[in-house]
Design a protein around this ligand. Structure first.
Ligand code: C2E
Ligand code: CA
Ligand code: CA
Ligand code: CA
Length: 282
């Protein structure tokens, strides 16, 4: 047993060493990623549950790493946060997304009524002092109308300094931008607390969507959250739809929009055009 214990410690410290090396490599590369044009935006459609029409896109960040391949945000965003690069990356994401979607709307906007582009914002981005001017700038530069932009914010981002954040979000909402509450059903704040923020859309987390229709408690919780959204006049989105049974359950219980691999995986802008935008023209 003593031998085993020692081996295990060695195993863990080796792991830790690799982790430290990985972080250092990511950190150094990340500083150059922006100037080297290695960051890429992927687009995933959101679809009307009843008609199946494309109603908008969510923008998801990727890093085309020179040696490690295409990296998902979970592998580098927390490191970006630690080294203070979130603000810069966040601005790039917002500006690039607004420019891309503004272009799409200029080309085929008449076929996409009410089309929205949703951009994820982390807690530190939301509490940044100049958030309002960053958004104003992105809209002005791109020519994207404010009502076509949506911010996706998690509950956790609303917990610190709630009064301050509510007043910033109120200002952004009064510009015409839509606010969506992301990962709904996974946080710990009370519904009463959430009512203090200008939220028009709730996105039900994929961990909950994954439980239906097999799990009875999951079904009841999902149904309750959809009823809650409807009762407050909010738009509901179910994310992580992978099966027809999940799509049917959500639609049958009044969910407005569906998003997930079943309907469309996140893809780069060119692929999104050919797979999802061109078909809307016919
Ligand atoms: P999220 O906002 O909850 O995004 C949903 C995640 O689920 C995305 O992972 C998406 O690719 C994935 N997904 C979509 N459909 C399905 C499905 O049917 N099944 C499953 N299993 N997964 C699905 P991704 O792209 O790796 O992003 C992870 C998280 O990183 C996002 O979670 C979001 O919180 C964050 N993130 C992504 N892009 C940005 C960004 O530009 N800025 C900030 N601050 N955060 C971002
Ligand atoms: Ca999101
Ligand atoms: Ca989620
Ligand atoms: Ca998330």
């Amino acid at each position: 047993a003593k031998e085993e214990g020692r081996n295990q410690i060695q195993f863990y410290s080796l792991d830790l060493e690799n982790e430290v090396k990985r972080r250092t490599r990511i950190e150094q590369g990340l500083r150059l990623a922006l100037s080297n044009n290695e960051l890429v935006l992927y687009y995933q459609g959101k679809f009307d549950a009843l008609s199946g029409y494309l109603s908008g896109v969510e923008v998801l960040l990727r890093w085309q790493h020179p040696t490690d391949g295409l990296l998902a945000p979970d592998t580098f965003l927390s490191i970006a946060e630690d080294v203070g690069l979130t603000e810069q990356i966040g601005k790039w994401v917002l500006n690039t997304a607004c420019q891309q979607v503004s272009l799409w709307l200029k080309q085929i906007g008449q076929y996409l009524p009410g089309f929205s582009v949703a951009v994820n914002f982390s807690a530190s981005q939301i509490s940044a002092v100049n958030l309002v001017s960053v958004i104003e700038h992105a809209l002005a530069e791109s020519g994207l109308p404010a009502h076509n932009l949506e911010l996706e914010i998690t509950e956790n981002a609303l917990i610190k300094n709630p009064e301050e954040i509510a007043s910033v979000l109120d200002r952004i909402e009064s510009m015409g931008v839509t606010m969506a509450l992301d990962d709904f059903g996974t946080g710990y704040s009370s519904l009463e607390h959430l009512m203090h923020f200008p939220i028009q859309v709730i996105k039900i987390d994929k961990s909950l969507v994954a439980t239906v229709p097999q799990d009875e408690k999951g079904c009841r919780l999902l149904t309750a959250l959809l009823n809650f959204a409807q009762g407050f006049g909010m738009v509901s989105v179910a994310e992580g739809i992978e099966t027809q049974a999940q799509a049917d359950f959500c639609t049958d219980h009044g969910c407005n929009l569906l998003q997930g691999y079943l309907l469309g995986k996140p893809v780069d802008a060119k692929t999104f055009e050919t797979q999802f935008l061109l078909p809307t023209l016919t």
